[in-house]
Design a protein around this ligand. Structure first.
Ligand SMILES: *Cc1c(COP(=O)(O)O)cnc(C)c1O
Length: 411
């Protein structure tokens, strides 16, 4: 029996089946990706996608929202409980719009924002020039120290004292080390800035207590829900009750129309899963796997930015291997190892062909891989990067596929 999708639209059905096969046959080393549970998938693919519900629970601009109100209230309550915050807005459509809502809540155009530079590990939306956040606001950027590869809070403090930002961002997309939320909070307090922690990458680690929580220290927590948190594509903004109104108004009607209620339901499911004891084990296993993978790569002569990792992510500098990050990432894909090329701090190479690759263990860990597998993964990465021809890559791919098939993604 063909599925309804196969019967209605065989071309899309075939494309989706192909993508499912690709995910099944390869190992995903992209630190911002994961494999969601069948329950999260089921909620995402539900009839909630049919509903319009502009507004907030009990204050909607459309009738017929009693049940949707229940879904959104449940998701928000679970977010508050899991992250220990007074307020959660679960409507942001994704991470970038959630971050825009933070600007809309606290800044006027032209105000100063201090964020981590993209090429040091920050996110576009923290004031990088090609993003509207870098064009509509006066953006000042901090980086990492050349000798340590780690953020220098003394430098951040000096910048903050000189530039007097109204908003400071901590967190980013390529930070392999623990973020010192208390240290940032001291600086924000000194200059009277709003402090926002963008924990998109590490939300699942925070939920599973494998990374300290920003909740006691920051004004706003922004996060995606689809990375280590292992939910659907979406985002949340969390804060104390004091900032609740400003944030809610910024999200709707400030920036968005109707929320994606099917996504909200799937976020609720993911938060429920993340509140289980097994998720704490998962979060710690992600970090253990990343540490093991890092050690195995160092043993093979690879250079890791900051010398290792405290979290789910490794930034590998391939300068010593004399290979560009892009060439390496393309070779690794042919070997069944999917990652992304990435700039390293102070990268002399251009952004489209930088010196590094970024690796992460959230998706591998979801499949059930343990520290025992990481020596093999490191060996395949090494063999893939050093491969001289397609035959060598094909040999690696066969080994990768064997392990991938032994540990399929949940479905
Ligand atoms: C992924 C990410 C975002 C953006 O999320 P999207 O859902 O892709 O818009 C924002 N900030 C950080 C730190 C991220 O890692």
């Amino acid at each position: 029996m063909p599925t309804v999708l196969e019967a209605t639209d065989p071309r899309v059905a075939e494309l989706i089946a192909g993508e499912e096969q690709r995910q099944h046959d390869t190992l995903c080393l992209i630190p911002s990706e994961n494999h969601v549970s069948p329950a999260v998938l089921a909620a995402t693919g539900s009839v909630l996608t049919n509903k319009y519900s502009e507004g907030y629970p009990t204050r909607r601009y459309y009738q017929g929202n009693a049940i949707i109100d229940g879904v959104e209230e449940l998701a928000a309550e679970r977010a508050r409980d899991l992250f220990g915050v007074e307020h959660a807005n679960v409507q942001p459509l994704s991470g970038a719009p959630a971050n825009l809502a933070v600007y809309a809540a606290f800044l006027e155009p032209g105000d100063t924002v201090l964020g981590m530079a993209l090429d040091a590990g920050g996110h576009l939306t923290h004031g990088w020039g090609v993003s509207v956040t870098g064009r509509w606001f006066r953006a000042v950027r901090y980086g990492v120290r050349r000798d340590t590869g780690v953020v220098d809070l003394d430098e951040v403090r000096q910048l903050a004292l000189r530039e007097r930002p109204k908003l400071i961002w901590c967190g980013g997309t390529a930070i392999p080390r623990t973020i010192d939320f208390a240290g940032f909070a001291a600086i924000a307090g000194e200059v009277g800035a709003v402090l926002a922690a963008d924990v998109a990458h590490i939300a699942g680690l925070i939920a599973g207590e494998a990374h300290p929580s920003p909740a006691p220290h920051v004004d706003v927590i922004a996060t995606t829900t689809h990375k280590t948190l292992r939910g659907p594509r979406g985002a949340m903004l969390m804060s104390s009750a004091r900032h609740a109104k400003a944030i809610d108004r910024a999200v709707f009607p400030g920036l968005q129309g109707g929320p994606h209620d099917h996504t909200t339901a799937a976020i609720a499911v993911a938060l429920h899963e993340a509140a289980q004891p097994a998720f704490t084990d998962y979060a710690h296993a992600i970090v253990a796997n990343a540490v093991a993978l890092g050690e195995a790569l160092i043993e093979r002569g690879y250079d890791l930015v900051s010398g290792g990792t405290d979290n789910h992510l490794l930034l590998v500098d391939l300068t010593a291997q004399n290979v560009g990050g892009r060439v390496a990432a393309e070779a690794l894909e042919r070997a069944g190892l999917v990652c992304n090329y990435n700039a390293v701090p102070f990268d002399p190479r251009p952004p489209l062909d930088p010196s590094g690759i970024r690796l992460g263990t959230p998706a591998l860990t979801t499949r059930g891989l343990t520290t025992d597998h990481m020596a093999d993964v490191a060996r395949w990465i090494d063999e893939g990067i050093r491969a001289k021809d397609n035959a060598a890559l094909e040999r690696v791919r066969r080994e990768v596929e064997e392990l991938a098939h032994a540990f399929p993604p949940p479905r």
